[in-house]
Ligand binder design. Structure first.
Ligand SMILES: [Fe+2]
Ligand SMILES: [Fe+2]
Length: 320
């Protein structure tokens, strides 16, 4: 009896990452959803809005390679972190693997419809190659920053119904599903960062993560804008119309970038942790929009149906 309580307390101590506010009962698991069967009905699938569509398409372009990079980084810490975080990294990897798979298919549909994504791909490859040559701890802080950007946009997409009000059904389901899992695993990279830097002073940790967040955010703004304007141009929207239209979308209505400014800044406040705000109700809210299919064992990405074998008619119609 006495031995058992000693072992129990040793295990619970092992499971706590110092400074983490991650809920003890958080269970990160992949829902392994497939969204390709319905295809994309319209080229401007985001409610007919070219700016929203270009923004989401530019984000989607980054997911397969970006999230593969995040998985690769966190996997390298999996064997050294406490047991609870180890399980969360496993859940994170399973979720991101499925996100990558679904967005890869989505991006193929964009290409089939006539979009040339090669410039955006090349730009992304350059950024990831550059980060990939950094020491592992810098790759981890970059991942932590990018995961924060993803999580705050995800929370905004779910909380503000304006974003997906008129979006085609299958796409709304896919983006809400992805957003809900981003909220669910929003603390994993941060907790891994806390663990990896547990011997650092709070000051050093703050300076490094704040500098990286500034650098990553500037790069994110520059590269995603470049992607949006490239895609808008291919959609026939150019010049001042493209600029005013996109700025109006991003900053005025529905304003995804303006509305995430405060959550973005919170990353740099003392005592920040992604789970200081428990917004798990957003996961339920997103799930209420589609039929949740929680599965016990997500398939490994290599075991899922190859894109070529998916149902005919999955492709985005070309514009006349
Ligand atoms: Fe993701
Ligand atoms: Fe993520």
């Amino acid at each position: 009896m006495g031995d058992r309580s000693i072992n129990d307390s040793a295990e619970s101590a092992d499971q706590i990452v110092s400074g983490s506010a991650t809920p003890a009962d958080l269970n990160i698991q992949s829902r392994n959803r497939h969204f390709s069967s319905a295809g994309i009905e319209r080229r401007r699938w985001a409610g007919g809005d070219p700016y929203a569509t270009a923004f989401f398409n530019a984000l989607s372009l980054t997911f397969p390679k970006g999230e593969t990079f995040f998985m690769k980084v966190l996997k390298q810490y999996r064997d050294e972190v406490p047991a609870k975080l180890r399980r969360e990294i496993t859940g994170f990897v399973q979720q991101e693997a499925v996100h990558s798979r679904e967005h890869l298919f989505f991006n193929k549909q964009l290409e089939s419809s006539g979009f040339d994504l090669s410039r955006l791909e090349k730009n992304l490859d350059g950024v990831l190659d550059k980060i990939g040559t950094m020491p592992l701890i810098k790759q981890l802080v970059a991942t932590t920053c990018l995961e924060h950007l993803t999580a705050i946009l995800a929370a905004e997409f779910i909380a503000n119904t304006e974003h997906f009000k008129n979006v085609d059904s299958e796409q709304r389901k896919m983006w809400l599903w992805h957003a809900s899992e981003e909220v669910e695993h929003k603390g994993v990279a941060y907790d891994t960062w806390l663990h990896a830097t547990r011997d650092w002073s709070r000051g050093k940790r703050w300076i490094v993560k704040s500098l990286f967040m500034t650098r990553i955010s500037l790069g994110f703004a520059k590269n995603r804008s470049r992607g949006v304007f490239d895609l808008l141009r291919q959609d026939g929207v150019t010049g001042p119309r493209a600029w005013f239209g996109f700025l109006h979308y991003a900053l005025i209505n529905p304003a995804p970038l303006r509305r995430t400014l405060w959550p973005w800044l919170q990353f740099m406040l003392p005592g920040f942790h992604p789970w200081n705000k428990d917004d798990r109700h957003l996961i339920q809210l997103a799930e209420s929009e589609y039929d949740a299919a929680i599965m016990d064992k997500p398939q490994a990405p290599e075991n899922v149906m190859p894109i070529e074998n998916r149902r005919k008619g999955d492709s985005l119609p070309k514009v006349a």
